[in-house]
Design a protein around this ligand. Structure first.
Ligand code: ATP
Ligand code: MG
Length: 363
């Protein structure tokens, strides 16, 4: 039977937030503990982070440990998952270079996530070539580990599509070598693309609209209280709208029926609460209070575990070093297959040398 392998990761551009949690981290931990996968690789994408932070390498360097601490605190277990740093596996860069020949500029330009990100960063007039080509680098990351499954948020769908195309083209031209990955999206719409606390776009480190996994309780409460709700819901008695209403979207992502028993026994579940809000008569304060409780229940143990790992930072770097060494071995194997398939093997090949000698002797 074919091996089941996961590859996923995050850019070290800041601490991880609730969007990462529902979009990817929660699933990763479940998959890790399911025992259904032969290998799980989790990459801290520092090279990718540099594609739009080239002038700020210190930011990337500082955030490696932050992301690693966030991983460990949500329950990623280095004895079950291999956590590694992208640039410590230079094989990935070489793979990306070969894959660039298999994708057109027009194809990347059509990628809706790249389009949005270019706008977000005001890159329209001067897109760094490295940034533009990061979908290809992601294809290298995924295929280097022969990943079958990539659990990520919805924004990554176009990237996985490009990866699949690269794999198809590669195998077609050079012979069956690479494995085509499947994307694994969150099963709940609110988790696919969690909006920021401003109600705009997605929660994203670069937009400053995040609730971080490591935020203290006081800050979480403050951020929830200032969340965007329904501008038409001025008086409690007014009928409220759920569309684009942040606290409700977050409750969709985080709340279970059992939370109502504990924190808001007036309702049996979220549907009942939503119905009351839509009818009128339910204030935003009550909804936000429930959300604060739900988030605190989730975040308190994560915060606690983070504190423990923070006590031994050298041990965290050791985990990253060991993981990177392991990842390098796996990627080198694929790179070797790729080079052989592309006939980039000149020295150990006695047939090639003999053939060339014969050709010249015959002249
Ligand atoms: P940056 O602003 O630096 O791009 P980011 O906050 O967008 O950072 P990434 O490191 O790009 O985070 O994303 C890592 C993973 O988290 C991806 O799988 C992505 O799909 C998922 N993710 C990020 N933000 C969200 C979100 N708001 N909702 C759901 N998933 C998300
Ligand atoms: Mg991003």
């Amino acid at each position: 039977m074919n091996k089941k392998i996961i590859l996923t990761g995050d850019r070290p551009t800041g601490r991880l937030h609730l969007g990462h949690y529902v979009g990817s981290l929660r699933r990763r931990v479940e998959l890790q503990n399911s025992g259904l996968f032969d290998k799980i690789f989790i990459l801290i994408a520092d090279a990718q982070a540099l594609t739009d932070n080239a002038d700020n390498p210190e930011k990337v360097r500082q955030n490696i440990i932050e992301v690693a601490l966030d991983y460990l605190s949500v329950g990623i277990d280095p004895t079950k998952s291999t956590i590694f740093i992208q640039t410590m596996v230079p094989e990935l860069t070489e793979l990306a270079f070969y894959y660039m020949n298999l994708v057109t500029v027009a194809r990347v330009q059509r990628n809706p996530t790249v389009k949005t990100e270019i706008q977000m960063r005001n890159f329209e007039k001067s897109i760094p070539l490295g940034f533009f080509s990061y979908p290809v680098s992601q294809a290298a990351d995924i295929t280097a580990f022969k990943a079958t499954t990539v659990p990520v948020g919805e924004d990554q769908e176009p990237m996985i599509e490009i990866t699949r195309e690269i794999v198809g083209r590669f195998n077609n031209i050079y012979g069956e070598t690479l494995v085509e990955p499947e994307i694994l999206l969150p099963d709940n719409a609110a988790c696919m693309r969690l909006p920021g606390t401003d109600g705009k776009a997605k929660m994203s480190k670069s937009l400053g609209n995040c609730i971080y996994l490591s935020d203290v309780a006081k800050d979480v409460a403050k951020k929830v209280k200032s969340m965007y709700t329904d501008p038409l819901h001025l008086n409690i008695s007014d009928p409220g709208h759920l569309e684009g209403n942040c606290p409700f979207i977050y409750l969709d992502a985080f709340c279970k029926d059992e939370h109502f028993e504990r924190y808001c026994p007036d309702y049996a579940n979220l549907d009942e609460m939503k119905a009351h809000y839509t009818r009128g008569g339910l204030g935003d304060g009550t909804v936000k209070k429930l959300l604060i409780n739900v988030l605190e229940e989730l975040l308190a143990p994560i915060r606690e575990r983070r504190k423990q790992f923070e006590q031994d930072i050298p041990a965290v770097y050791e985990i990253l070093q060991k993981g990177s060494e392991e990842a390098r071995i796996a990627a080198a194997e694929t790179l070797n297959d790729v080079r052989n398939a592309m006939k980039l093997n000149y020295f150990g090949d006695s047939t090639l040398i003999e053939e060339q000698s014969k050709r010249y002797k015959a002249q």
